[in-house]
Write a protein that binds this ligand. Structure first.
Ligand code: CA
Length: 213
């Protein structure tokens, strides 16, 4: 089940007896649903109304909140870009589907590629991405997830053509909503206090320097 969905612990279980009869018994789960916090596997212990033991395993998976995450859609407006050398929705070297965000520059370059998602529920968020290609020792490409006040980031490795680097950031906690007392419920404008998370790639390259030792 995706993170944030209702935890599907049943209120009753079917108890089968060895005389081929069966009955529904209510069940109490320990710990309660509040135990589930983020992706992972959770094993609940249950006790039925007749005192029998049972268990339930709940696996929570991460949801990908990014729109157009693989750059397949013609509409790329959800991605903000800056700098030079980057083409969003390029047909070069896709890892999935047939399109990519592709960067190339013969000389120094710097670009950013980012998308904000929100409002988001309170919780922790992390970013993962895939990048391949060659670079110079001085080139850096970083992947980050930011709440605006807290950021987690991780570098990509430029390990050569089709040698994919797939890092995952540590988690970054979303800010809690700051409610504006003057907010009009009829307003369609987004409340600036609504928490959002931003996922970004940033790259820079300085001119290659030759060192000799
Ligand atoms: Ca793709």
């Amino acid at each position: 089940m995706p993170d944030g969905a209702e935890i599907p612990l049943p209120a009753t279980v079917t108890v089968s007896y060895n005389d081929a009869t069966a009955e529904e018994q209510s069940v109490t789960w320990t710990p309660g649903r509040e135990w589930v916090s983020g992706p992972g596997t959770y094993v609940f212990r249950g006790t039925t109304s007749a005192g029998l033991s049972t268990r339930a395993t709940v696996t929570v998976t991460s949801a990908n909140l990014l729109a157009n995450p693989g750059f397949e859609d013609d509409d790329t407006a959800m991605w903000r870009t800056g700098g030079t050398g980057l083409t969003v929705g390029a047909w070069d070297d896709p890892r999935t589907g047939s399109r990519s965000a592709h960067f190339y520059a013969a000389d120094r370059f710097a670009f950013t590629l980012e998308q904000s998602v929100g409002p988001v529920p309170a919780g922790t968020y992390r970013a993962t991405g895939a990048l391949q290609g060659g670079g110079q020792l001085s080139d850096t490409v970083r992947l980050a997830v930011s709440s605006g006040t807290q950021e987690a980031s991780v570098p990509f490795v430029l390990g050569g053509w089709r040698n994919w680097s797939t890092p995952t950031t540590d988690t970054s906690r979303s800010p809690t909503a700051r409610r504006s007392p003057c907010r009009s419920p009829a307003s369609s404008r987004r409340d600036p206090g609504e928490p959002s998370m931003t996922c970004s790639w940033s790259a820079c390259s300085t001119r290659r320097r030759t060192s000799r030792s």
